[in-house]
Design a protein around this ligand. Structure first.
Ligand code: ZN
Ligand code: ZN
Length: 182
């Protein structure tokens, strides 16, 4: 059942003063998954510059916070941590676990008709396990709703280039733990 109780947002007076919002401004709302941005419906060039710089500052800060939550990849705890090089882009590159997460060909693809037969939606995430002796692979619907495949390539590239552990990111997404504002 859908929860129809929504928060009623009153904009704090001081925030409105800072934003230059007065009763006379029509405001424009941009609602996306997990975010709401409000700015004036009509803006001058400098007002637009202010909005752009706030948004890019926020996106940098959030990216840094996400990167910190994941930490650097030390070859994912593997033995041959030869990632002592100073180029962070090489850290993820030389970790096979992280590299596989960037590689689409590692995903499980099952034809739609088979999914249908199994009663699994074609958009569902899949999980596979292998039976060592029986020569069988079992594919089931994954328990988690999101994983690293839901992260846009642009964000993944920035994190990978900075040597951030993608396996840890995948783990954090699946665990659905709070990683910001705890
Ligand atoms: Zn790692
Ligand atoms: Zn790794």
């Amino acid at each position: 059942m859908k929860n129809n109780e929504y928060p009623e947002i009153m904009l704090p007076e001081r925030a409105c003063e800072l934003c230059g919002f007065d009763g006379g401004n029509a405001l424009e709302l941009h609602a996306g998954e997990d975010v709401l941005v409000i700015h004036k419906e009509q803006m001058t060039a400098i007002e637009m510059v202010h909005v752009i710089s706030m948004l890019s500052e926020m996106s940098t800060d959030l990216t840094v916070a996400l990167a910190k939550a994941c930490g650097r990849c030390n070859n994912c705890g593997g033995e041959d941590d030869d990632t002592g090089e100073n180029d962070p882009a090489q850290w993820v590159e030389s970790c096979s676990l992280c590299r596989d997460l960037l590689d689409d060909s590692q995903n499980i693809y099952i034809p739609d008709y088979l999914l249908k037969e199994a009663g699994i939606s074609s958009s569902a995430k899949l999980e596979a396990s292998a039976d060592r002796d029986g020569g069988e692979i079992t594919v089931t619907e994954a328990g988690n709703q999101f994983d690293i495949s839901d992260v846009p390539p642009g964000i993944l590239t920035v994190l990978a280039q900075s040597g951030i552990c993608l396996a840890e990111l995948d783990e954090l997404i699946m665990l659905e733990e709070i990683v910001y504002g705890k």
